[in-house]
Design a protein around this ligand. Structure first.
Ligand code: PLP
Length: 259
């Protein structure tokens, strides 16, 4: 029996040995949405379900070789970027953009672990701002990430609008970190709110919710879904994975993407 080919999503993400976040979250989410994941590891982390203890970035030249090899071999329909690991890796990915300018990029700006450890130094933040954000189709920051990227402590909305101006076509600002009783996510386009998404606040903390959301979005965009629907679908899927999350370690819950 012949089946139609799944769209390919090329992923640049860190390896999280808990299996909650990073590349495993990407692969599981992307398969669940009917696409094929082509995974490239940017960093190896040491972590548990509470926090990241340390990480080592992978050599940027190796990553570039891996990506070029895949891009020559497979029709990549979307690129998902999570933890970048180093400024050199951001620069390496930027060199790909010049050659593959029409592939949509979904960027989850992973700057800190849920437990608070920093996953990005200043040079990496600068590289993300100048090289990756201007080429990003949908950016998915949470409130602290949006503020860190724009170096502002102002209203989260102002930070999201600024990110549009810095070149991110759509900005899906996730609302988990606000004090609002519901979680309000907002999609920005041309520095205006295009859509507001509301969901019930869950009481637990999760390891890999942002990765699940961005990878789901990348898979839906790879299938040519338009951004508002893609955000709604990716948020709904992520919410379900969190509602059914597993308690597997002593810290945050692991999203259940096998739903
Ligand atoms: N990617 C990796 C490799 C990580 O280690 C982490 C957090 O620890 C993340 C991404 C971000 O996880 P989350 O989706 O919970 O923000």
């Amino acid at each position: 029996m012949r089946t139609s080919k799944p769209p390919v999503v090329l992923c640049f993400s860190g390896l999280d040995p808990t299996g909650g976040a990073g590349i495993q979250a990407d692969i599981e989410s992307i398969i669940k949405h009917g696409c094929h994941a082509a995974p490239i590891i940017t960093a190896n982390t040491v972590q548990d379900t509470k926090n990241v203890i340390s990480f080592e970035a992978v050599n940027a030249t190796l990553i570039l070789k891996q990506a070029r090899t895949i891009l020559k071999d497979m029709p990549v329909s979307a690129i998902k970027i999570g933890m970048l690991g180093s400024g050199e890796i951001a620069e390496a990915i930027y060199t790909l953009f010049r050659q593959y300018s029409d592939i949509p990029v979904i960027l989850d700006p992973v700057l800190a672990a849920g437990g608070g450890s920093s996953l990005a130094q200043k040079d990496l933040i600068d590289a993300v701002n100048t090289l990756i954000i201007p080429r990003t189709y949908i950016l998915t920051p949470n409130i602290p990430e949006a503020q860190l990227l724009t170096n502002t402590k102002t209203q989260p909305e102002a930070a999201a609008q600024r990110l549009n101006k810095m070149g991110a076509r759509y900005v899906l600002l996730t609302g988990t970190h606000s004090n609002n009783p519901d979680v309000i996510h907002k999609l920005y386009f041309k520095s205006k709110t295009l859509r507001t998404f509301k969901c019930k606040r869950l009481k637990n903390e999760f390891h890999g919710s942002g990765c699940t959301l961005a990878a789901s979005l990348a898979a839906l965009i790879a299938q040519k879904m338009e951004p508002i629907n893609a955000c709604q679908n990716a948020l709904d899927f992520t919410y379900k994975t969190l509602k059914k999350a597993h308690v597997l370690g002593n810290g945050q819950l692991i999203p259940n993407r096998n739903i």
